[in-house]
Write a protein that binds this ligand. Sequence first.
Ligand SMILES: [Zn+2]
Length: 400
Amino acid sequence: MSFLVCVCVCVCLCTARAESAGTIPARRIRRLFSFQRHLLSSRLLRGAPQLNPLHILDEDYCGQAKCMLEKVGSWNFDIFLFDRLTNGNSLVFLTFNLLNQYGLIELFQLDMVKLRRFLVLVQEDYHNQNPYHNAVHAADVTQAMHCYLKEPKLAESLTSFDILLGLLAAATHDLDHPGVNQPFLIKTNHYLAALYRNTSVLENHHWRSAVGLLRETELFSNLPAEDSIERQLGSLILATDISRQNEYLSRFRTHLDENDLSLGNASHRHFVLQMALKCADICNPCRPWELSKQWSEKVTEEFFHQGDIEKKHKLEISPLCDSEANTIASVQIGFMTYVVEPLFAEWARFSDTRLSQTMLGHLGLNKASWSAMEPEASGSSEEGDMSTYSVTPNTQNNDL
Ligand SMILES: [Zn+2]
C-alpha cells in the first residue's frame, strides 16, 4: 500500500542517517526519532509534499512491516515488534490497514487525507511517556478486536457499520489517558473528575476526545449517521470502565443462560461489540507468555509510578500502586482471578472457538508462571480482594 510504503521509507531513511553517524549518543537518537514523528505527522501525513528518499534499509523495514500485516489476524501478532518496524507508528498503520482490509474506506467513501490526519492525531493524543496506556496499547486492543470481529458468530452477523465502530472504538478507547486512574483524579481534584462528576471520568474523557478529533478532521461529515456514530462510539468506550465489569458480565451471563442473543437485532449486536471491546482491552493475560509478560511489566510500572506520586504528596496510596506491598506477580494473579478469568469464561461460552480455547490456554499457563514465581501470592497480599480491581458489586440490569 502506497501510504505504508511512503511513510516507512521516510522513517527508515532517518534511522539510517542516525546509524550512519556511528557514535550518536542515545539521547540524540531519541531526538531524531521525535523529529521523525513530527515530520511524519506534520509534513507527510498532513498533506505537505513528500520527500523521496531511497535506501536499502527502507525496503527492509517496510518489507518486514508489510509482511507482519499479512498476519494481522493472528493471536500471536507481536505488536511491540510491529511498533518498532513502523518506528512508533503502529496505531496509524494497523488501523489504516484494517479499515482498508474490511473495505470500509471505499464503502463509506472516507476521504483519505482526512482519515490519515485523524489517525495521526489519535496516535499523537496518546501519551508516549505512559508505560502502559499509550498508543501501542491502543494498537494492541485494535488488533485483538480484529481477531474477535473475525470470529464466526460476529463475522456472519456484524454490519460494515458495526465493524467500523468496533475498530474506531478500539483505536480511541484510551485517548489522552493521563497514566493515573480515576480515584487519583478524584482525590487530587482534577478538573476532569469535576467535569464528569466522578463517574467513568477517564472513559468519558477518552470518548469526548475521540469525538473532538472526528469533528476537527470532519472524517464523517459526509455520512448522515454522524450523530449516531458519536453516540455509539461513546457507548462502546464507556463499556471499558472496569468498575462496571460485573454489570456487563451479569447481562452477558443472563443472555447466555437464556440463549436469547439474537445478532439480527442491532441492540444485541451492539452489546456483543461492547463485550468484544472489553475482552480486547484486558486480553493481555491471554496472549502468549512473551507478549503477556511485557504488558504485565508495563502496567505494573504505571501503577507503581502513580504510587510514587501519591507517596511523594502524602496521599493515600491506591490499591496495587504500592511497590513495597505488591509485585508484578501478585498484581497479575489477582487481576487474572477476579477480572480476566470470569470475563473470558463467558466469552468462550458465547464464542466456543479455537481462538477462545487458545486464549484460555494462555491464561492458565501465564497464571501458573506468575504463581511459580510467587507461590504465596494467592493469599498474602492486596490481590486477594475483588474490590482492589475496582470491580464493584453487581448492579444487575438486563435491559439492552
Ligand atoms: Zn485500555
